[in-house]
Design a protein around this ligand. Structure first.
Ligand code: NAD
Ligand code: LMR
Length: 339
């Protein structure tokens, strides 16, 4: 029997990541090879024509999974009844910028979108924020959606997780499939902590396979600075690897993380591991019945504690800057979620 259609709302759908993602959605990679999908493209008014062009191309794929495609600049139209919202629409950084420099440019987008999600999205809405600074933008969106359970708001750190797994596999001379239980903690920024303390490489403790100096130094830097390295090399920020991470994040939530492994995602903190409640922080996670769960009970030694605390301090500073800019103030509403 054909599963019911999934309604995907994608902001920034005419941008680079949107273009890399949508055709893979239409081929069933994100929601499964038999699951029909309705695509709602949300774009800035200046990019509606470009969005309409992407919609024409999507039709030209003649995907049997694509039920319909709409393009709008109104979040309340795009999010109406949506099951999944992927919030990509935001300016990317360019050479010489840190992701936090995007706060003043982008954070204003996410309050109104959070409010619209609160009022019109489907009852089971799941939100993934990609636009940077992703953690703080997700926190802002969640803060404007008081009726949506907090755990439905996530920020993408699967890309950092993949980067970490790939670096370990290269270093150890194994397949990425042999690298498990990597954890990315903190902010999607240079302060993040990719952690190998609990990781396994082909069934052995990762720190018995790769040397500790590398794991505590060059490894962390290479993962945390990967976005910058790509911008320097390509002249533009990562696109295809990001689209892959978005697909994996969604797939792992819906279908679960393989036994014995975990992934990483930015979740609204419930105080786990001493991270202040309400911050959106990357944790090692699994998924149970379609809901993310922080991996419990991991021991954190002094090195890990200090690295996590440093990244959390940056998240606190971003939250305070967002508050000072008014992005946590209530936004104008034009109607409430129907009873
Ligand atoms: P892009 O400039 O190619 O596309 C951005 C799109 O967003 C444009 O089409 C633009 O018109 C649209 N947009 C702008 N304001 C909007 C609004 N208010 N509503 C809807 N759409 C709007 O950029 P890109 O390369 O696709 O990157 C998008 C964002 O993703 C950037 O902020 C980038 O830094 C971020 N990013 C995050 C990760 C991650 O792992 N979290 C990885 C890569 C990129
Ligand atoms: C990335 O990690 O590649 C993205 O967040 C883009 C950036 O600005 O680094």
């Amino acid at each position: 029997m054909t599963p019911p259609p999934v309604t995907l709302a994608l902001s920034g759908a005419a941008g680079q990541i949107g273009y890399a993602l949508l055709f893979r959605v239409a081929s069933g990679e994100m929601f499964g090879p038999d699951t029909p999908v309705r695509v709602r493209m949300l774009e800035h008014p200046d990019a509606l024509a470009a969005g309409a062009g992407v919609a024409l191309e999507l039709q030209d794929v003649a995907s049997p999974l694509l039920v319909d495609v709409d393009v709008t600049a109104d979040p309340r139209v795009a999010f109406d009844g949506a099951d999944v919202a992927v919030l990509v629409g935001a300016r990317p950084r360019t050479a010489g910028m840190e992701r936090a420099d995007l706060l003043s440019a982008n954070a204003g987008i996410f309050g109104p979108q959070g409010a619209a999600l609160n009022d019109v999205a489907g009852a089971g809405i799941q939100v993934l924020v990609v636009g940077n600074p992703a953690n703080t933008n997700a926190m802002i969106a969640a803060a404007h959606a008081p009726d949506v359970p907090r755990e439905r708001f996530t920020a993408l750190t699967r890309l950092d997780h993949n980067r970490a797994v790939a670096q370990v596999a290269l270093r150890a001379g194994v397949s990425p499939r042999d690298v498990t239980r990597v954890a990315v903690w903190g902010n999607h920024s240079p302060s993040q902590y990719p952690d190998l303390r609990h990781a396994r490489v082909a069934g052995r403790a990762a720190l018995d396979v790769v040397d500790r100096d590398w794991a505590e130094g060059a490894f962390i830097d290479s993962v945390a600075q990967r976005g910058r390295a790509i911008i320097a090399a390509r002249g533009a920020s990562s696109v295809a690897s990001t689209a892959t991470a978005v697909i994996q994040h969604s797939h792992l939530r819906r279908h679960g993380v393989p036994d014995g492994d975990w992934t990483s995602a930015g979740l609204v903190s419930d105080g786990s591991y001493g991270v202040p409640e309400g911050l959106v922080c990357s944790f090692p996670v699994t998924s149970v019945a379609g809901a993310w769960r922080v991996v419990p009970g991991l021991e954190l030694d002094a090195f890990s504690r200090a690295r996590i605390d440093a990244s959390v301090a940056e998240l606190v500073a971003e939250r305070d800057a967002a508050r000072a800019l008014g992005h946590l103030d209530p936004v104008a509403r034009s109607g409430a979620r129907p009873a």
